[in-house]
Design a protein. Structure first.
Lengths: 231, 79
């Protein structure tokens, strides 16, 4: 598994993503700059990290979604390559057209920074093979714009095709109501692309990889990815 | 040539910021405001003198970047 993390001006979780990838794969990812035009040959996974690319100017992820490197990321995804967008990375994926929908201002207008339970809706390689379907995990969230919205037809398609990766829930696995931190449609915390090779999610599994720092519920994702073998 | 692009949320899209402003106006005692929707205004200085060409360029600018057409509408005015 060879991974690359893309650094945009204003990204701030690239170190966390790199640490989680190094821990799981035994290999430090390449760090690429947004102004690059090509991915290094042999990259299996591209990670768009969290942060505030371009200071969230215009709309979250809007300018980063059109950065030069994103053409290479789109080509990589079209070839079936893996792309993981975390938090601001999820916003960038939606703005770049790699995932449908949009992440709007949290319904309660608050920036939420806390631990959050999620239900794993789909446990399957390459992203979540180390989890069990329906498993409840506890990870960190930290965002002001995580309110996932799309038109009714898009939501219906995503649901029908089983493309919801994670939903917000409480510690007992109860989805919705007060467990939804941002008003997201259908309590969606993360979604897959049509071919399940692109995943975007608001929570930060890369911060839950060390028992000394809050738990290890995020490790499953990176261990799943580490087991990925390019076809 | 001066141009103005106004980007607004589509009908039916929840606008938490507009709602918060609406609440603030009420608490300030500003009467008669039934609802608030927040949008964005872009003032652009366009090169060349042909409004048709400028409109086409602005249309592209809106579709490529200024508006997220999943949730937003845009309107182009050329002075």
């Amino acid at each position: 598994m060879r991974a690359a993390v893309i650094l945009f001006p204003g990204s701030n979780r690239e170190g966390d993503a790199a640490r989680a990838l190094r821990q799981a794969t035994g290999r430090a990812p390449d760090i690429l700059w947004h102004a690059d035009h090509e991915l290094p040959a042999g990259v299996d996974l591209v990670v768009l990290p969290g942060g505030f690319s371009y200071g969230d100017y215009l709309r979250c992820g809007a300018i980063a979604g059109r950065a030069p490197i994103m053409d290479a990321v789109r080509r990589h995804a079209a070839r079936g390559g893996l792309v993981l967008g975390i938090c601001n990375g999820f916003q960038i994926l939606c703005e770049s057209g790699l995932l449908p929908g949009v992440l709007m201002r949290n319904a309660n207008l608050h920036f939420v920074c806390r631990m959050q339970h999620l239900r794993v809706e789909r446990a399957a390689p390459p992203f979540t093979g180390r989890y069990k379907s329906g498993q409840i995990v506890k990870v960190a969230i930290a965002h002001g714009e995580g309110n996932y919205e799309a038109d009714d037809a898009t939501i219906e398609t995503i649901e029908k095709e089983g493309r919801v990766a994670f939903r917000y829930c409480d510690e007992r696995g109860q989805v919705g109501g007060g467990a939804n931190p941002n008003g997201s449609r259908n309590d969606i915390a993360g979604i897959y692309s049509e071919r399940f090779n692109v995943l975007g999610l608001m929570p930060h599994p890369e911060n839950l990889i060390d028992p000394l720092v809050g738990g290890t519920d995020g490790k499953g994702m990176f261990e799943s990815l580490a087991a990925f073998k390019a076809a | 040539m001066k141009a103005r692009v106004v980007v607004t949320l589509k009908n039916g899209v929840l606008d938490p910021q507009g709602k918060a402003i609406e609440g603030a106006l009420k608490s300030l005692g500003v009467a008669g405001v039934a609802s608030v929707r927040q949008g964005k205004v872009f003032d652009l200085e366009m090169e060349g003198g042909d409004p048709k060409v400028a409109t086409e360029r602005l249309q592209a600018a809106c579709e490529k970047l200024l508006a997220n057409t999943v949730i937003e509408n845009f309107k182009i005015d050329i002075a």
